[in-house]
Design a protein around this ligand. Structure first.
Ligand code: HXC
Length: 510
C-alpha cells in the first residue's frame, strides 16, 4: 500500500512539474506565472480540485509518442472565489507551448460541461501557441468542440477569459465568445493573423504588441474589457469581477455586506450640473457617489469613453450601470458607445442584474463616418437591448435627453420601471438653438427675434416637467437624494416579473 501511495505522489509531483524546471524558468523570465501559479492566485487558498491530471495525448506522429507529459498542457478543475464555486482551465505554456491537442480540448470541454450542468462560471486562462501542429485536424476539431460549448454556455453561466500569453489564429474565437476578456500588457496578444502574415499580405509592418496587445484591444478594438500590468493584477481583478456576478442565469448575484447607509445624501450633487449647459462634468462622480462605498468596477473603461459601463452595489446587491459621459464627445451616442453599452445591457439582462441608467445625452454623433459605419444598425443594438431587457430598470436623467437618444436610454417607453429626472433635466426633440433654427427659419436674419424664440423654446422644454406631466418621468428628484431614490426603487423591484413573448431567439441587428 505504501508503495502505491508513493507512486501516486510521484506521479502527481511529476505532473505538477509541467514542462520542467528549464521551461518554468523561461516562463518566469518573461514576467509570466505558470499555469498552476495562476490558478493558485485566482482561487481561494487550498480550494483547487484538479481533474484529469494524468491525461496524456494520443498522437503518434512526428515522434510524439516519445513525449507524453501528464496533463497535456492544460490544468483543469474547480475551486472557489470568496467561497463561491467556479470552474477553471489554465493552459500550460511549458508543455508544447500550451498548444491545444485533441485531449487538451477534451479536458476543457469536460469542465465546461460540468460548469453548465452545475451552474458555475468558467474562467479560462489562455497561454497557448494554438492548434497542436503535430495533430492537425484532430486539434481543429478540438477547438470547434470548445467553441460549441462557448456558444451553449453563453447566457447560462458567466464565462471569463484571461489572456496571459499568445492567443492567435482561430483560437481567438473561444475567448471572443465569452463575456469578459482581461489581458496583460506586454505579455499577451490576440490576433487572427500575426505580424508576419500581415506584412506579407498587406505590406504593413507592425509588432505583435501593436497588432494585438492588451492596450490595442482595450482601447482600439474593444476585444478586451481591461488591460493589466501583470498576471497578478489581472487575476486579482478577475476575482473582484466574479464577486459581482451570479453563478448562473437562475441565481441572483450575491448580496455582500455593506457599510454605507442606503439613505446617504450627497449635497454636492446639487451643484454637479454646471450653469452652462454646454459645459461638461464627470459622470464618474455621480456613479461613485451613488454606489455602496463608492466602489465602481468599470468595464471597457478605455474604449468609447463617451459612455460608462460597469458594476456597483446598492444595499449590497449588484447593479449594472450605463451612463453617458459628458466629458467625451459631449456624451453623444455613436457606433462604439452603442455597441459597448448594448453588449453590457444584454449581459446584465441574461444574468438577472438590474440596470441603472444615468442619462445626459445630446443625441447621436453626426457625420459621414458614423453613417457609413452603420450607426443606424449599431444604435439600434442599444435600443434593442434595452427594449428586450426584462430586469429591473431604473433611469435618472440628469441633464440632456434629446431626440432618439432619449428613447434609447432606458426610457419609460422601453419598459423603464422607474424613471427619475433631476430638476436640471431637459427632455426635448433637440437643443433649443437647433430647434429654433428649424422652426423659425424665416426669422434667422433677426438675431433678437431668434434669441426670443430660443428663450421661448427653452422655457417650454428645457425642463423635466413636460415629460413628468405625461408620466414619462415618475418623479423629479433632488440630485442629493439620488442614491436613496435609486436604492429604494431597486428594492421595490426585487420581485419584478416580466417575460417576453416566446420565440426561438430574437434577431438583434448585428
Ligand atoms: C506544437 C508548439 C506550438 C504548436 C509552440 N510549440 N506552438 N508545439 N504546436 N502550435 C512548442 C514549440 O515547439 C516549443 O517547443 C515550445 O512550444 C515553446 O515555443 P517557442 O517557439 O520556443 O516559444 P516562443 O519563442 O515564446 O514563441 C511562442 C509562439 C511560437 C509565438 C507561440 O511557438 C509559435 O509561433 N508557435 C506556432 C503558432 C502557430 O502557428 N500555431 C498554429 C496557429 S493556427 P520546445 O520543445 O522547443 O520547447 C491555430 C488554428 C486554431 O491555432 C484553429 C481554431 C479553429
Amino acid at each position: 500500500m505504501q508503495e502505491i501511495l508513493r507512486e501516486l505522489e510521484e506521479r502527481r509531483a511529476s505532473a505538477r512539474q509541467g514542462g520542467g524546471e528549464k521551461r518554468i524558468k523561461a516562463q518566469h523570465a518573461k514576467g509570466k506565472l505558470t499555469a498552476r501559479e495562476r490558478i493558485e492566485l485566482l482561487l481561494d487558498e487550498g480550494s483547487f480540485e484538479e481533474y484529469d491530471m494524468f491525461v496524456a495525448h494520443r498522437c503518434t506522429d512526428f515522434g510524439m509518442q516519445d513525449s507524453r507529459p501528464a496533463g497535456d498542457g492544460v490544468v483543469t478543475g474547480w475551486g472557489t472565489v470568496n467561497g463561491r464555486m467556479i470552474y477553471v482551465f489554465s493552459q500550460d505554456f511549458t508543455v508544447f507551448g500550451g498548444s491545444l491537442s485533441e485531449t487538451h480540448a477534451q479536458k476543457i470541454c469536460k469542465i465546461m460541461d460540468m460548469a453548465m450542468r452545475n451552474g458555475a462560471p468558467v474562467v479560462g486562462i489562455n497561454d497557448s501557441g494554438g492548434a497542436r501542429i503535430q495533430e492537425g485536424v484532430a486539434s481543429l476539431g478540438g477547438y470547434a468542440e470548445v467553441f460549441q460549448r462557448n456558444v451553449l454556455a453563453s447566457g447560462v453561466v458567466p464565462q471569463i477569459s484571461l489572456i496571459m500569453g499568445p492567443c492567435a489564429g482561430g483560437a481567438v474565437y473561444s475567448p471572443a465568445m465569452t463575456d469578459f476578456i482581461y489581458m496583460v500588457k506586454d505579455s499577451s496578444y490576440m490576433f487572427v493573423t500575426g505580424p508576419d502574415v500581415v506584412k506579407t499580405v498587406t505590406g504593413e509592418v507592425v509588432t505583435a504588441e501593436e497588432l494585438g496587445g492588451a492596450l490595442t484591444h482595450a482601447r482600439k478594438s474593444s476585444v478586451a474589457d481591461a488591460a493589466f500590468e501583470n498576471d497578478v493584477e489581472a487575476l486579482l481583478e478577475a476575482r473582484r469581477l466574479i464577486d459581482f456576478l451570479p453563478l448562473n442565469n437562475r441565481e441572483k448575484a450575491p448580496k455582500r455586506p455593506f457599510f454605507d447607509d442606503p439613505a446617504r445624501e450627497e449635497p454636492s450633487l446639487d451643484s454637479l450640473i454646471p450653469a452652462n449647459p454646454n459645459q461638461p462634468y464627470d459622470m464618474h462622480e455621480l456613479v461613485t457617489k451613488i454606489a455602496d462605498e463608492g466602489d465602481f468596477l468599470e468595464m471597457q473603461a478605455e474604449f468609447a469613453k463617451n459612455i460608462l459601463t460597469g458594476f456597483i452595489r446598492l444595499e449590497g446587491q449588484t447593479v449594472g450601470v450605463v451612463a453617458n459621459q459628458p466629458m467625451v464627445l459631449a456624451g453623444c451616442l455613436d457606433i462604439d458607445s452603442s455597441r459597448k453599452a448594448a453588449r453590457f445591457v444584454r449581459f446584465c439582462d441574461a444574468f438577472e442584474i438590474p440596470i441603472l441608467t444615468l442619462v445626459d445625452v445630446p443625441g447621436f454623433l453626426p457625420g459621414t463616418g458614423q453613417e457609413y459605419g452603420g450607426v443606424i444598425k449599431h444604435g439600434a443594438k442599444l435600443l434593442f437591448a434595452y427594449g428586450e431587457a426584462t430586469v429591473p430598470k431604473v433611469t435618472v436623467i440628469t441633464r440632456k435627453a434629446y431626440g432618439g437618444a432619449y428613447d434609447v436610454m432606458a426610457s419609460k417607453h422601453l419598459r423603464g420601471d422607474v424613471n427619475y429626472a433631476w430638476p436640471t433635466a431637459q427632455i426635448a426633440v433637440m437643443g433649443a438653438k437647433g430647434a429654433t433654427e428649424i422652426l423659425y427659419r424665416s426669422e434667422l436674419g433677426d438675431p433678437d427675434k431668434i434669441a426670443q424664440r430660443t428663450k421661448e423654446y427653452e422655457d417650454r422644454f428645457a425642463n423635466p416637467f413636460v415629460a413628468a406631466e405625461r408620466g414619462f418621468i415618475d418623479e423629479v428628484i433632488m440630485p442629493r437624494a439620488t442614491r436613496r431614490r435609486a436604492a429604494r426603487a431597486f428594492a421595490a423591484l426585487r420581485n419584478k416579473s416580466l417575460e417576453n413573448p416566446w420565440r426561438k431567439h430574437d434577431n438583434i441587428p448585428l
